[in-house]
Design a protein. Structure first.
Length: 167
């Protein structure tokens, strides 16, 4: 990703417009977008959404889709652990991939959901999955997920509608 001046930052390739800002930390696996004129204390800031997925391509797609919307601030994480460390930021919604924890010592999507619910019962959580498995659906819904969406050809449209409904 470029920081608006054509310079690559942390391996991302996408451009950020002059109206937006991207901050990438090499020590932490996240990137966030916001309008320069706004900050989290601004009541007109919009909704804070956490995207959690270990697939950088999916995160790039989600960031691209939501970063230009004035009504959202997006922060993306590659691990459940990074999402949990940042819960004190009080996101308005979390979109969580069900397949996390590629490394043996990392939290899975279900483990992350359980810990989110242990810390906060009120944050809406949307689960994204590449599998349409009824057993998985039941397990996530029983553990506090608000919605469960399959990554199909139209999942972005479904996600936009779902986020509007839940925030």
């Amino acid at each position: 990703m470029s920081a608006g001046n054509g310079r690559k930052v942390s391996g991302f390739e996408k451009e950020v417009s002059d109206y937006g800002h991207c901050s990438v930390s090499r020590k932490r696996n996240y990137c966030y977008f916001y309008l320069r004129s706004k900050n989290r204390t601004d009541p007109d800031m919009g909704k804070l959404i956490f995207f959690v997925d270990d697939d950088k391509m999916i995160l790039n797609l989600l960031e691209y889709t939501f970063q230009s919307r004035d009504d959202y601030k997006v922060i993306s994480y590659l691990t459940g652990e990074d999402c949990l460390k940042n819960l004190p930021q009080k996101p308005d919604l979390i979109v969580l991939d069900h397949v996390l924890g590629a490394e043996e010592d990392q939290l899975t999507g279900l483990d992350t959901l359980k810990e989110i619910r242990r810390q906060n019962q009120d944050i809406p959580v949307v689960i994204l999955t590449g599998q349409g498995d009824d057993e998985l659906l039941s397990e996530f819904m029983d553990n506090g997920a608000n919605r469960y969406l399959t990554k199909d050809d139209f999942f972005i449209d479904s996600l936009i509608d779902t986020i509007k409904q839940l925030t």
